[in-house]
Design a protein around this ligand. Structure first.
Ligand code: Z5A
Length: 211
């Protein structure tokens, strides 16, 4: 099988990390080499960038939206060069928690940056590497925010944004899924962890056979 590049997307608390782990375990059980990673912050340079972007208790307006877009994108290029591409070239399937759709949804949909501009930056930052499959874990914003508030952690700049901001992000993710139905699969994140995992496993099994 050719190495797959699988991404997980969704609003906060949608269960991406939970499902990315389960997909990793499943692929390993099938005997495939797999690497699970995330954005932002999975490289040494990315750790610095993540600190600037997601400092806890930070002023929500401390970064200009364009700076935010460029920093997420810079993290992406470094991550691709250092982590994702070497793995794919070795035949290792890569599972990534958030990728370009998060930038389109948060910086485009959420912050209101012109989508044309966001797409131009994607062309530069992604080195033309696009996912084989994206799982969009979709659920109402209120439920996602409740799930993360239960963790009791101090919130970062994006988590403290108002409900309308998060709603615009959810809407934008759904628009992306409608725009790229071949790549993006919408998964109902209100189902149980096990039900969701099963839906994703069935799809991964099909993907493995096709590639
Ligand atoms: N961001 C951006 O703006 N632009 C970009 O280009 C990129 C990112 C790449 C990264 O945050 C932030 O950066 C993010 C978007 C922005 N916004 N913020 N803030 P992060 O890396 O710190 O975290 P996250 O990606 O937002 O994930 P998360 O909030 O930690 O949630 P999650 O990974 O989707 O969910 P989870 O950790 O798997 O589950 C959350 C809780 O729900 C947990 O207690 C689970 O046990 C529970 N859970 C999971 N599944 C279920 C089901 N099915 N039922 C019930 N409960 C469940």
């Amino acid at each position: 099988m050719k190495a797959l590049f699988i991404t997980f997307e969704g609003i906060e608390g949608s269960g991406k990390t939970t499902q990315a782990k389960k997909a990793e375990d499943y692929l390993k059980k099938l005997g495939y080499p797999v690497l699970r990673t995330y954005e932002p912050g999975a490289t040494r340079v990315g750790e610095y960038i993540r600190r600037i972007l997601l400092e806890k208790n930070d002023d929500p307006n401390s970064l200009h939206p364009i700076v935010e877009l460029l920093l997420f994108s810079a993290d992406r290029t470094q991550h691709l060069q250092e982590v994702v591409l070497p793995a794919l070239e070795q035949g290792t399937t890569v599972i990534c928690d958030r990728y370009i759709d998060s930038t389109t949804a948060y910086q485009g949909g959420g912050r209101g940056i012109d989508f044309e501009l966001v797409n131009q930056i994607h062309k530069i930052a992604t080195l033309c590497i696009y996912p084989t499959r994206t799982y969009l874990l979709d659920l109402p914003v209120e439920v996602g925010l409740q799930r993360i508030s239960r963790r009791g952690n101090i919130l970062d700049r994006l988590e403290t944004e108002n409900i309308e901001f998060h709603q615009r992000i959810r809407d934008c993710f759904l628009r992306i899924a409608n725009q790229y139905p071949q790549r993006v699969m919408i998964v109902d994140a209100m189902k149980s962890e096990e039900e969701i995992a099963l839906i994703i496993q069935n799809d991964i099994r099909d993907l493995c056979q096709k590639h």
